[in-house]
Design a protein around this ligand. Structure first.
Ligand SMILES: [Zn+2]
Length: 329
């Protein structure tokens, strides 16, 4: 099973790193893939001998094929890994795949990393987004008892907690991630990567929970707990898909206008209102927000009344509701 970071896809160009940093640039802020892989193995002993990390941007698709054969992986699954590396390069996305090995009870986890052109963990491509992508896929390898939308929530939950451990501006990056996961679910009409409820709870709890002091094993355990608690049931996911179906495949700006009508009609305690309000709040920000290069912007005067209506509806919600802590209107 592969688990790509689901995103709307457009063409891609890689920015070449500058040869020499400016004198005041300080230490390199580039995401160090090899160091991250080494750290994951150090932090999580259960991955040692059971995990292969591949940087698709720096490796030929068949670079690991002999090694995989030596480990007892059959030809078909080796072909799957090679295809995944080619897909990661072509689509600019990352994957995790578990392959079986002869004479091994445990499967081998293969993490194929590629930086995204359009970020998820933060509004712009950055080392923080690369780290978020890496952590998401590592989360899949670590929390392997889950599947479907629950598995994506576990992976994003793990990435979100790691984000608080790694970065000072985690909250801002994760607010964008929660926003984007909801917006993409609406526009693609797919709830497979709808992780907004889990990410939002982690943001809300961050101050009290002190995620930075967690040990690696606790991080993994708590990410799974968040996912199990906050992933919507299949019934709720079906209702979400149904309610946002009119937005499917619309250009983002047009979808946002339609979304305002759907959201304001929905009950304040419904998932539809929550997700609608979450996405609209981003669109109401000055200058709006970008989704995979396309702008979603309802910040103009002509939308001021909609914004006020949404604001009043949120103000009536219970004090501790996540929307009150995350949405600013
Ligand atoms: Zn995934």
């Amino acid at each position: 099973m592969t688990c790509p970071l689901l995103t709307l896809r457009y063409s891609y160009m890689t920015a070449k790193p500058k040869k020499r940093p400016a004198p005041d640039a300080g230490p390199s802020l580039r995401f160090d893939f090899n160091a991250a892989a080494k750290r994951a193995l150090k932090d999580h002993p259960e991955l040692r001998g059971n995990m292969l990390f591949i940087h698709a941007g720096e490796t030929k698709p068949d670079a690991h094929s002999d090694d995989l054969m030596m480990q007892g992986v059959d030809d078909d699954e080796i072909a799957d890994v090679e295809k995944m590396v080619r897909d990661a390069k072509r689509l600019k996305t990352s994957f995790h795949l578990a392959v079986s090995r002869e004479d091994h009870k445990k499967s081998l986890g293969v993490l194929v990393f590629h930086p995204d052109k359009h970020s998820i963990f933060g509004a712009k491509p950055s080392p923080a987004d690369d780290a978020g992508t890496f952590d998401h896929e590592t989360g899949h390898a670590l929390i392997s008892r889950t599947e479907g939308t629950l598995s994506e929530n576990a992976a994003d939950g793990f990435a979100a907690i790691r984000h608080f451990q790694r970065f000072d501006n985690a909250r801002e990056n994760l607010e964008y991630a929660g926003w984007k996961r909801a917006a993409v679910a609406m526009l693609l009409g797919k709830t497979s990567h709808l992780t907004t409820f889990t990410i939002d709870r982690i943001i809300c709890d961050a101050e009290a929970a002190k995620f930075s002091s967690l040990k690696p094993a606790e991080t993994k355990k708590i990410a799974e707990e968040y996912a199990r608690k906050f992933t919507p049931s299949a019934k709720r996911l079906a209702k979400i898909s149904h309610d946002f179906a009119p937005l499917k495949k619309l250009p983002p700006q047009q979808a946002a206008e339609k979304l305002a009508a759907i959201t304001l009609k929905a009950r304040a305690d419904s998932d539809t209102f929550y997700l609608g309000a979450r996405v609209l709040a981003g669109a109401f920000r000055k200058g709006g927000l970008r989704l995979d290069g396309k702008k979603i912007d309802l910040s103009g005067e002509e939308h001021a009344q909609l914004r006020m209506k949404l604001k009043m509806k949120i103000e009536k919600m219970p004090k501790n509701h996540p929307l009150k802590k995350i949405v600013v209107l």
